[in-house]
Ligand binder design. Structure first.
Ligand SMILES: [Ca+2]
Ligand SMILES: [Ca+2]
Ligand SMILES: [Ca+2]
Ligand SMILES: [Ca+2]
Length: 182
């Protein structure tokens, strides 16, 4: 069972994928996020980077369509999303799949492939996922960049995302990884 705090965070997270804000997730939301990505970084559609980003988000949608869309209407509702996340996080058979998904998600945001998230990459994530503006991104980034080197290392990012999914402590910094959830 998800706790109230987990439910709150995961509900918020759901909306960051609902690019057209119609209240459900569809393939078109994921396409829209990929276009936003390409636009933000000026990535050509025939480039390897575009292929990588597009296939990563594409696979994410396919996995959701297969595993979360229980009534098979090609949409993932909030209820379907929460049941799916509950299963991922609490069923030992899911074999930490959520952690693999998180790792993939961080890798795709690391556009320059230096193994860390820069403030700029973090800002772009906020933009394409409709999380918030640059000043909110900078404010939260400062809280997550513990050593103040201007980067969030992959290792720190994984710990933060683990907190985002699992922590029931309202003060855990990782709660804010995907933006101000409340
Ligand atoms: Ca939608
Ligand atoms: Ca559905
Ligand atoms: Ca980077
Ligand atoms: Ca750092």
């Amino acid at each position: 069972m998800l706790t109230e705090l987990q439910k709150k965070k995961l509900t918020y997270y759901f909306h960051t994928f609902d690019a057209d804000k119609n209240g459900t997730l569809e393939k078109s939301d994921f396409d829209k996020i990929v276009s936003g990505f390409a636009e933000a970084y000026n990535i050509a559609q025939d480039s390897e980077t575009y292929q990588y980003i597009s296939s990563t988000y594409g696979k994410r949608w396919e996995a959701l369509a297969k595993e979360a869309d229980t009534n098979a209407d090609n949409k993932v509702s909030l209820d379907e999303w929460l049941s799916y996340q509950d299963k991922l996080l609490t069923d030992p058979k899911s074999d930490f799949l959520w952690l693999k998904v998180a790792s993939m998600f961080i890798d795709v945001q690391d556009v320059d492939k230096d193994g860390t998230l820069s403030l700029n990459e973090y800002k772009v994530m906020y933009k394409i996922h409709g999380v918030g503006d640059e000043s909110l991104a900078a404010e939260i980034f400062a809280k997550l960049d513990f050593d103040g080197d201007g980067k969030i290392s992959k290792n720190d990012a994984m710990n933060l995302v683990a907190d985002f999914y699992l922590s029931d402590n309202p003060q855990a910094p990782g709660n804010l990884f995907f933006g101000a959830y409340e």
